[in-house]
Design a protein around this ligand. Sequence first.
Ligand SMILES: Cc1ncc(COP(=O)(O)O)c(C=O)c1O
Length: 364
Amino acid sequence: MTTSPLLMIPGPTPVAPDVLAALAEPVRSHTGPENAATMLRIQEGIRRLVGSAEARVHCFAGAGTLAMEAAIVNHAAPGDRVIVVSHGYFGDRFTEIGAALGMHTDVLRVEWGQRAGAGALRALLLRDDPPALVCMTHVDTSSGVLADCAEMAATVRAATPEAVIVLDGVCATGGIEETMDAWDVDVLLTGAQKALSVPPGLAILAVSARARSRRESLGDVHAYYADLRRWDASVDDPRKYFSTHAVSLLRALEVSLDGILAEGLPARFERHRRVAAMVRDGMGELGFSPLTNPAYAAPTLSVLALPDGADDAKLRAGMTERGVLIAPCLGPWAGRGIRIGHMGTVTESDAARTIDAAAAALGA
Ligand SMILES: Cc1ncc(COP(=O)(O)O)c(C=O)c1O
């Protein structure tokens, strides 16, 4: 076994040497000019990645789930109606957070591996009171389903123009094109550890003018650290203190964003599509078959049924012995298949190594 296994799980993902080197730099002051410059560059880089000219970008210590919670608690009040489009485990998490915060959640669910359609969403939007929020997941990391963000957001906007649209980009941002302004999405949230190729520990939110004005109209909310209004001054002037920034992770994100933008977004997204196709073809030759409807399968991970007679735990253990980590399936697919992440820095040679490890583990 190699000393550092190849992380082909759907996050955290491999981190490039220059990003790891940034983590080893001396720790900076959280209110100093160097960290302030880093934060402003991150804000600009994230706006480019998510396709927004003017979104306010928050980036604080925490995981993706904190960003989901912040997106909900800042833009709806207890008792408000929240609609969730769920394509699996992480869509369902939005409903759990909404319920924990005292909101009325209505969820649009489909069979795992399938995609919710605009017609069903429209019917839900027009039933009962207009929702304060509509939440959806760009790529659900459990089912591998890629949402049709453009169509779903346009459906929300047409039926309920005041609704704040929240998009979870945790398994997409940096690996798949996102155009927040063109889609008219209000909050695009993500984490550091997937297609942004940074270790876990940052909650990132890009927030539109519509969402900011919703936040203003709510007054006090049931949050403190996750209250975006308390962070606003330090977003506008990162030398201002609200809570201590994760300075080393921020520096790592700055370096990673430089690499992402230097690669070029179209080239990066194309690489993700190429590597996904290579993984699916190669694993298909070994007898794996898609669990996600191929028409909706995201380019950031593959969710595959095991070949007849193969054992999930034995396969993954055999691959781990060969230096490649992959993930089990979740929910109704647990035990039936595997999940292979291929996002961030992952290349064709990583895909080849994964396919070889699977072949060897199956044959062992
Ligand atoms: C799509 C999606 N949303 C949200 C989350 C939650 O992020 P975290 O585990 O960083 O809290 C994950 C985690 O894998 C995810 O894949």
